[in-house]
Design a protein around this ligand. Structure first.
Ligand code: 3H9
Length: 678
């Protein structure tokens, strides 16, 4: 059966797409739309058209899997121009998400009706692109440049209500009566002149007040740093006001094609599929019986435990949070409330939602209260004996069939599991701090972890808004394991004469939000310090002994002012020089290229070892971990994709030049001219 069918209802033609899972606008769908419109135009009995989709959503965009391949079938821009040109009114009936090309289809229709739960957006920028089927030209003409800018340049979808408020949706219709309401709406338009988005004039707001473009750029500068597509988006929206529609479309095409053939978009498209692939467990039937998670226990009400709890509370899953002492418990619960209230103050939650989340939180001082939890996550002190003790207790108390998870960031999950009589129900769930905000979840698969336990954790991660990847049991798992060689090289370069702020700047220029020494300052240099000011065995001991514990005390590697601006410190410079002399390393100038290679190539090598040992399922999982957990710039696609774009032979040569190890997998892939991804 064709993916697009038509249904004649007296004088109305419904064009219905049914192309699971998301009605992406692949070649067959585009052809179906063209055929449907032709049928409507050539049938004299038809006076109006409704375009709608079956399944979970209206068109969610162009078919991304077609990108980079030779074009097949009618092109989307031409297909939708035919709709707009029609003298018979064409109505888009929207449910689910009208995204990208889907939103462009809707814009080319003369009218848009949507159910209240629908969302509309142009998320192309998240794929390193701008809309390419005239979306940047039609949208500002309908809603104005000011309202179009965030949609095109940031790419977050908006609700049907908001869309109606800005004029993108003509009518919000019944949640369960979309098809009928759209037909009635279409009938009511018969005989009226059709409004065409391409002829709209709302775009003139940007011509009258051109400052909106620079203001928008300035306001969002930090968020957009390093990305090419947002600037192209601003340029295209501006052009929509300054140029004729035809010239604007040509401008959009030029910008779109340039982005499409560039590395950034390839990297971001890679990431789109990588994130989805990471959630899948190879060799396990995705339909495996899952363990229903209706109640979660969290041990520890500190920063980590509190943050972890919030993820579940926000998703409507009740949490029992356990502490050893009443005051620590009270403090933890108060922090959770404060965090929620701050979110509400910023308008991202209602007061009822705050109370709703707090209402399903049960504070407790007794392990017994965890007995009926379906999942218990411990976030206690990072020490094997402490963890084993906790798991031994949990094994006694928590009902059989429940999952026991550790939030450890380094420890051996198999050893922890061995403290229980149910190692198949034990795994690691490594959240990143602040756990209510950071997207990444490393799910650590123990040697004995059962498949359904693992898949339950992966599916649950999506429910609580996390991006998860599976890691095997190894020191530091995927993320921290790869951080270690980077830090080693950063430290080594200081001893050889590099300035630490230059080392940081190299990673900032690469696109990281901060460099290794800024990161140490933020995390706290004193973490894990022995606290004996007279015992100075490392440079870190020396920094700590001088009270340079990091940003929290206003000085670490850098000095910080009240607005937390960093300034290199003379005291630290001297200390480093002293330690460099002690190590007897030759002091020399180190170039930015060398710094970058020495920090990033060893990470690629470590990633290759992780793959070699089977600790990650696929190279793209490593990219997902580093992008979501450590600020690796998305526009490079993650460490492994980036290495592919650099060329693995070049990475190997770089490592050798700097006297750094090269593992077998990296060497053999480089020799064979292969890539990690594809
Ligand atoms: C565009 O439109 C360019 C135009 O301006 C110009 C044209 C000339 N294509 O995310 P899910 C797959 S650019 C192909 O897990 P959810 C996805 O890979 C596009 N495949 O579901 C997954 O496959 P699998 C602009 C797609 O319910 C499955 O569908 N549009 C596409 O969590 C389910 O996806 C976008 O950027 C696609 N467009 O979320 C929207 N979309 O099961 C991208 C999805 O094998 N899509 N798949 O892993 C989304 O944001 C989400 O998929 C959506 C549903 C919100 C729709």
């Amino acid at each position: 059966m064709s993916v697009v069918t038509t249904n004649k209802l007296q004088n109305i033609l419904e064009i219905i797409s049914d192309s699971p899972p998301v009605n992406a606008l692949g070649a067959a769908v585009r052809q179906g739309l063209v055929d449907g419109i032709e049928q409507a135009l050539s049938d004299d009995e038809i006076e109006a058209v409704v375009i709608r989709c079956e399944g979970r959503t209206f068109f969610a965009g162009a078919d991304i899997t077609e990108f980079g391949k030779p074009p097949v079938g009618p092109n989307l821009g031409e297909a939708i121009d035919r709709m707009e040109a029609s003298e018979k009114p064409v109505v888009a009936a929207i449910h689910g998400t009208a995204l990208g090309g889907g939103c462009e289809v809707a814009l080319a229709c003369h009218y848009r009706v949507a159910v209240p739960s629908a969302k509309l957006g142009l998320p192309e920028v998240k794929l390193g692109l701008i809309p390419g089927a005239a979306g940047t030209q039609r949208l500002p003409r309908v809603v104005g440049a000011e309202a179009a800018l965030p949609m095109v340049v940031i790419g977050n979808p908006i609700s049907a209500k908001k869309a109606a408020a800005i004029g993108l949706v003509d009518k919000v219709v019944g949640e369960d009566s979309l098809a009928d309401d759209a037909i009635a709406f279409a009938r009511a338009q018969i005989g009226k002149p059709v409004p065409r988005s391409s002829a709209g004039n709302a775009n003139q707001d940007g011509v009258k007040n051109p400052a909106i473009f620079d203001e928008f750029r300035a306001k969002n500068g930090r968020k957009l740093r390093g990305f090419d597509a947002p600037n192209a988006g601003i340029e295209a929206v501006k052009a929509a006001g300054e140029m004729s529609y035809e010239d604007g479309v040509a401008k959009e095409r030029e910008l779109f094609m340039k982005l499409m053939s560039g590395t950034q978009s390839a990297a971001m498209r890679h990431y789109f599929f990588a994130e989805r692939a990471a959630n899948k467990v190879d060799g396990v039937d995705p339909k495996i019986d899952l363990i229903p998670i209706k109640k979660v226990g969290v041990i520890g009400a500190g920063t980590m435990g509190g943050g972890i709890s919030m993820n579940f509370l926000s998703a409507g899953i009740p949490v029992t949070i356990l502490e050893m002492k009443q005051d620590a418990l009270d403090r933890g619960v108060a922090t959770i409330r404060k965090n929620y209230e701050n979110t509400a103050k910023r308008g991202r939650m209602t007061a009822e939602q705050v109370e709703g989340a707090m209402g399903i939180l049960t504070p407790s001082l007794h392990y017994d209260d965890l007995a009926d939890c379906d999942l218990v996550i411990e976030a206690v002190f990072e020490n094997m004996d402490v963890k084993k003790d906790v798991f031994g207790k949990l094994d006694e108390i928590v009902k059989p069939g429940a999952i026991l998870a550790s939030n450890t960031s380094y420890l051996n999950v198999d050893e922890i599991a061995a403290a229980t009589k149910r190692p198949e129900y034990v795994l690691g769930m490594h959240f990143f701090s602040p756990a209510n905000i950071m997207k990444l979840l490393e799910v650590v698969r123990g040697e004995k972890t059962a498949d359904n336990v693992l898949v339950t954790a992966m599916k649950l991660s999506k429910k609580i808004g996390k991006v998860a990847a599976v890691s095997g049991v190894c020191d530091g798992f995927i993320g921290n394991r790869m951080l270690s060689p980077r830090q080693q090289q950063a430290n080594a370069m200081l001893m050889e004469g590099a300035n630490y702020w230059e080392v940081d700047d190299v990673l900032l220029d690469f696109g990281f939000p901060m460099g290794p020494f800024q990161m140490s300052d933020l995390a706290g240099i004193d973490i894990g310090w022995h606290r004996d000011e007279t015992r100075i065995e490392t440079m870190r001991d020396a920094l700590c002994a001088k009270g340079r514990w990091g940003q929290k005390v206003g000085k670490g590697f850098y000095d910080y002012d009240e607005s937390r601006q960093r300034v290199p410190s003379d005291e630290v410079k001297e200390l480093i020089a002293e330690w460099g002399a002690k190590e007897g390393k030759e002091q020399r100038d180190i170039s930015a290229d060398e710094m970058r290679e020495r920090m990033l190539y060893p990470m690629v090598n470590e990633g290759a070892m992780i793959l070699e040992e089977g600790m990650a399922q696929r190279a793209s999982d490593i990219d997902v971990v580093w992008i979501n957990g450590y600020g690796w710039p998305l526009f490079t696609g993650g460490p492994m994709f980036w290495a592919d774009t650099v060329g693995l032979d070049k990475v190997v040569a770089g490592l050798e030049k700097h006297g750094l190890p090269v593992c077998d997998l990296l060497r053999s892939k480089a020799a064979a001219g292969e890539k990690f991804n594809g």
